[in-house]
Design a binder for this molecule. Structure first.
Ligand code: ADP
Ligand code: MG
Length: 259
């Protein structure tokens, strides 16, 4: 049995006059400890898919199972990180990180030292008592990641967390995040429209197409790349080869769509 599975998941949004078929018959299996990317153009249903996996919205059809349970019954065990950091501006970085444990009433005496240790590990030791406005975008996203990890979620969902950052910051953060998630053996699903990021970070890539949102193809990332940091992976020949395959597939999907 897989750690996470989506079985024939479809979703439609209804409004008074019409409806949008956002997802059509999505099937996925994710092994524990692996890193999966969902890659596709804007509007293909990526965020809808993550919201369904997180249990925030219930699919029109199908089911999501996490560690043998229906996902609706697993609430607090899923960490969700978005493109925008949503840190509270009136709270310090440390206070922001401690919000999750506080809400979940898991605030033990060990949690504060753990938060400080995590913040150090991700290079934020000098801004623990600073306010979000005093930090760069990359630093805020790092704080948001720690806030997500501190509750030790069994599954981490990342919705384009690097897409608002400049290129250099993004490359650095990819390495940091990848290291941290490997160290803690986290199972993660990343949504992105960046082919290179998907290849550099993942074990498997689910390529989606739009109208309706469907999985067009699943790519296995070669083991040589998985063993490298995202930055090093980008320089490997096999990275380029996989990039070209995905690029071609995306172009084929687009041209089919326009006829
Ligand atoms: N709350 C909503 N109500 C109605 N339609 C929505 C809603 N959210 C998304 N959609 C539509 O569903 C489709 C998929 O959207 P979304 O999941 O946000 O895609 P992506 O994250 O890949 O850009 C789009 O056509 C979008 O307009
Ligand atoms: Mg989206």
């Amino acid at each position: 049995m897989s750690f996470l599975s989506l079985n024939q998941v479809s979703h439609q949004y209804f409004s008074e006059k019409n409806y949008t078929k956002a997802l059509d018959n999505i099937n996925m299996t994710v092994e524990e400890g692996s890193f999966i990317s969902i890659l596709g153009p804007s509007g293909c249903g990526k965020t809808t898919l993550l919201s369904i996996v997180s249990g925030l919205i219930r699919p029109t059809r199908g089911e999501v199972r996490l560690a043998g349970k229906q996902v609706q019954d697993t609430e607090a065990e899923i960490g969700y990180m978005l493109q925008q950091d949503y840190l509270f501006p009136w709270k310090t970085i440390l206070e922001n990180v401690l919000i999750g444990p506080k809400i979940q009433q898991k605030q033990t005496s060990a949690i504060k030292p753990k938060a400080i240790e995590f913040l150090k590990e991700i290079g934020l030791e000098n801004v623990i008592n600073a306010y979000p406005a005093e930090l760069s975008g990359g630093m805020r996203q790092r704080a948001a990641l720690i806030r997500t990890l501190i509750t030790d979620p069994m599954l981490l969902l990342l919705d384009e967390p690097f897409s608002a950052l400049d290129y250099q910051t993004k490359l650095k953060l990819e390495d940091l995040v990848s290291n941290l998630l490997k160290e803690f053996h986290k199972t993660s699903v990343l949504v992105t429209h960046d082919i290179g990021e998907a290849i550099a970070m993942s074990d498997q890539i689910y390529l989606m197409k739009a109208n309706p949102g469907k999985i067009a193809e699943v790519f296995e990332v070669p083991i040589e790349l998985r063993n490298l940091s995202p930055f090093q992976a980008r320089k490997h020949l096999k990275y380029q080869l996989l990039f070209d395959r995905i690029w071609e597939e995306l172009n084929t999907l687009e041209s089919k769509h326009h006829v």
